[in-house]
Design a protein around this ligand. Structure first.
Ligand SMILES: Nc1nc2c(ncn2[C@@H]2O[C@H](COP(=O)(O)OP(=O)(O)OP(=O)(O)O)[C@@H](O)[C@H]2O)c(=O)[nH]1
Ligand SMILES: [Mg+2]
Length: 509
């Protein structure tokens, strides 16, 4: 970011100055910035299931290098190839802080997608201009900013129509994408599982359908237009330019096929889940805003090595790990894809099955980032999407356990404020471990209790069964007698059935 541009209507976004808690634009390792702090921070424990972003980014970079610019050095390449973007937002309602935070977030999203953010502009308007998103007079100022900074892409903080995108591109002579395309692009880069990839492609095609005619044409006329070619750059990866050119019917067909695939994969996952449910292992789902520290908390609670990165949408595939309560009961803990303000509805639809799984858990662990500029807005955005998922169904959301994370990253004053705003929340730091023990207790408290009271005398030869009662049930008393272990416990019906085989005199019934 360079200087602010300020006048009555066009308000510069001094995003760098907002970066005190690592929420600004600087220092966040973008996928291209391979030596960035985010990347090194996660280097130690990456589970097999989720290979590092580093690897994906590296691959992407090498591909570009070999196909386009094989004869120049990597540094030169990166300067040429990295999108240099200018952000622009229309501020229609809310406070100036909210408008700033939205654009700062757009900047982090852009960096996550591998772009370099040069400048951010916000225009105060009652509503976006139907033709050019920002007012036509301001388009010229934006064009000047673009030229002055040598930018090659403009990213708009909203969802634009095909007409708006086309007109802006014609006037600005650079590629124009919107927030939705950017988020879809990040998802396309990050999706790893077959299901995740299908879900993202589906969402991208649904986004592209109404925009097929026109958008991008302004640029393809330009010599070396960046919207075309291999990879297409930010906002145009995934289905990409070649698929843009196939006709609607074929896209429709592809969408139908993907839908079917997603449904099929959903069935597989449901079966797995049902198997878990049949075992009646209680489940906890971690939900929350992207980068709130969900994966870090999963690691802190279970000791798992799930990918953690200071990048948005590091996690796209739900990961399930085993957790144990302090009194030894098992439960499952599932990490989920993060939420973001204005999560494209195409993505909500595409990820519905994944999110539904979270919503079917016994407890929702809702993680909020204390160090965010607007933690309350994070909570609101997450609850909104969760509400959308259960909308029109008689299913209700599981009880929510709100967790304020990154307590180490804010001062006492802000912590006190958050405690006041969210009196029910548990305040933790996944990084230092503060509060994690309390959190584990709180989870244990909220898990459904096994409800069949049994007394059984288990012969010493049945040590494995004793261990199982400890793991799955709640042991009320345990005595070692001459005949075996005398247990009084609350267990779930299936285990009660097994234990019914043992009378209190220790013989199998
Ligand atoms: N200071 C501080 N940083 C934290 C804490 N917990 C997580 N972080 C950092 O926050 C960033 C995001 O953490 P993740 O666990 O990947 O967050 P996430 O919610 O899983 O993010 P996505 O999967 O991208 O949605 C990483 O850089 C973490 O190191 C904490 O308690 N304190
Ligand atoms: Mg994560």
């Amino acid at each position: 970011m360079t200087d602010l541009i300020r006048d009555d209507e066009l308000i510069g976004q001094g995003a760098r100055s907002r970066g005190s808690q690592g929420q600004g634009f600087q220092g966040q390792g973008s996928p291209e910035g391979l030596a960035g702090d985010g990347v090194t921070a996660m280097a130690e424990d990456i589970s097999d299931g989720e290979l590092a972003l580093t690897e994906r980014a590296a691959l992407r970079r090498v591909v570009g290098l070999s196909t386009e610019l094989a004869d120049i050095s990597e540094v030169e390449y990166r300067q040429l190839r990295l999108e240099r973007v200018v952000l622009v937002g229309v501020w229609t309602s809310g406070t100036v802080e909210q408008a700033d935070a939205s654009l700062a977030e757009l900047g982090r999203l852009a960096e996550t997608a591998g772009s370099e953010v040069l400048e951010g502009l916000i225009q105060r308007r009652d509503r976006p201009d139907p033709a050019t998103y920002i007012g036509s007079g301001k388009v010229r100022e934006l064009a000047d900013t673009v030229r002055a900074n040598g930018a090659d892409t403009v990213i708009c903080d909203g969802e634009l129509s095909a007409g708006q995108l086309r007109q802006l591109e014609e006037k600005l002579k650079v590629k124009v994408i919107d927030r939705t395309a950017l988020i879809l692009d990040i998802f396309a880069q990050h999706a790893r599982s077959r299901e995740g990839k299908a879900q993202v492609e589906l969402a991208q095609l649904q986004y592209l359908m109404p925009r097929l005619r026109g958008w991008g044409s302004a640029l393809s006329r330009q010599a070396g237009g960046r919207a075309g070619g291999a990879g297409g750059g930010v906002g145009l990866r995934g289905p990409g330019e070649t698929k843009l050119e196939i006709d609607r019917r074929r896209i429709h067909k592809r969408i139908a096929k993907l839908r079917k695939e997603v449904v099929g994969m959903d069935t597989v996952r449901r079966t797995k889940r049902d198997r878990r449910l049949a075992n009646e292992v209680p489940s906890v789902a971690i939900v929350g805003y992207t980068n709130a520290g969900k994966s870090s908390l999963l690691n802190a609670i279970t000791g798992a090595g799930v990918l953690v990165q200071d990048a948005l949408f590091a996690t796209l595939d739900p990961t399930t790990r085993r957790g144990v309560t302090p009194d030894g009961r098992d439960y499952t803990l599932t990490d989920t894809v993060g939420f973001v303000r204005h999560l494209p509805h195409q993505l909500v639809d595409a990820f519905r099955s994944t999110l539904e799984e979270a919503v079917a858990a016994d407890v929702l662990l809702h993680v909020v980032d204390a160090a965010d500029a607007l933690p309350e807005a994070q909570v609101e955005a997450v609850r909104e999407v969760l509400g959308e998922i259960t909308e029109g169904r008689d299913e209700t959301l599981p009880p929510e356990l709100l967790v304020v994370n990154k307590a180490d990253a804010v001062d006492e004053l802000e912590l006190a404020r958050l405690r006041h705003v969210f009196p029910e929340a548990i305040v933790v730091s996944a990084r230092t471990g503060t509060g994690v023990a309390d959190l584990i207790e709180a989870i244990a408290d909220r898990l459904p209790r096994p409800d069949v009271l049994v007394e059984a005398l288990l012969p010493y030869a049945s040590g494995a069964l004793v261990a199982r009662v400890h793991r799955e049930g709640e042991v009320l008393s345990e005595r070692h007698t001459a005949d075996g272990t005398m247990l009084s416990a609350r267990v779930r019906p299936d285990l009660a059935g097994v234990l019914a085989g043992f009378t209190t005199n220790g013989t199998a019934g």
